[in-house]
Design a protein around this ligand. Structure first.
Ligand SMILES: [Zn+2]
Length: 264
């Protein structure tokens, strides 16, 4: 696996020449995730999943290139929390389309958009960017991770994971709860405020429908707490397992769509 921003141009030319290149573009956001997790949570998560998926794709014959993360996204639901930043959906869409076109200009025309942030208009913007790139025949493009297609999201994130829950209400775990806390404790523990976790009571009693459909903002849904579920149920061990499982899941979704590299 190569990171595009860390290699020189002749190396890119070599990868393109191989005919096996597959680019993963991680996408996240700058958004509150409770008092214990960093604002870059979803961007970091997308990067971790990209790294975890890469070996499986390599095994299937691809040369994986991870492009620099799009760290900004649409986050109007949490905009009242200090530090949360939001793009307009159109801005995000344009950014991804521009990146896809630039990659394709060099022959990097197999693009996986791996999104770590669940937000309806954010996911729609990414899907529209994908549709545009495919429609104009710029690139083969695929949305994975959190996507507008609920079945794809489930195949990437839920498959094989739910049974790992230590929470008394796994059905109420969401943004900033057990899963994201676990991932952060495993993959970037230095960015987790562990003392704060001890003081965070579970937040199970919220309007699930309003959360899922984004009809209410995060601040009013959580009484200003910013998380859904139980951060205390999270652990680095669970995080290690979900990264391995989701990395494999994501690779499987990609391979199901595109097959193995035909130039193996
Ligand atoms: Zn998140």
């Amino acid at each position: 696996m190569s990171e595009l921003a860390k290699i020189p141009f002749p190396e890119v030319a070599r990868i393109v020449q191989s005919g096996k290149a597959l680019v993963i573009l991680p996408v996240g956001v700058v958004e509150e995730h409770g008092a214990h997790l960093p604002l870059g949570m979803d961007s970091f998560a997308a990067e971790v999943y990209a790294q975890a998926a890469a070996p499986h794709l390599k095994e299937a014959g691809y040369e994986v290139v991870v492009a620099p993360t799009v760290s900004y996204g649409v986050a109007w639901a949490a905009i009242d929390f200090p530090g949360t930043l939001s793009l307009e959906p159109e801005t995000l869409k344009s950014m991804v389309v521009d990146i896809g076109r630039s990659l394709a200009r060099h022959g990097l025309n197999r693009l996986v958009i791996l999104n770590g942030h669940r937000d309806l208009s954010h996911m729609k913007a990414l899907d529209e960017a994908r549709g545009l790139l495919v429609g104009e025949k710029t690139a083969q493009a695929l949305c994975v991770g959190f996507t507008s297609d609920a079945a794809v999201t489930a195949a990437c994130f839920r498959e094989g994971v739910r049974e790992l829950s230590q929470s008394v209400r796994p059905d109420r775990e969401g943004h900033g709860g057990e899963w994201e806390t676990s991932l952060a404790l495993y993959a970037f523990p230095e960015s987790v405020n562990k003392e704060v976790i001890e003081r965070l009571d579970p937040n199970f009693d919220y309007d699930v429908e309003a959360f899922q459909n984004e009809t209410k903002d995060y601040s009013s849904l959580t009484n200003g707490r910013g998380y859904f579920g139980s951060p205390q149920s999270g652990s680095a061990e669970t995080g290690r397992k979900i990264v391995a499982i989701r990395g494999r899941n994501i690779a499987q979704v990609i391979l199901k769509a595109w097959g193995r590299s035909n130039r193996v």
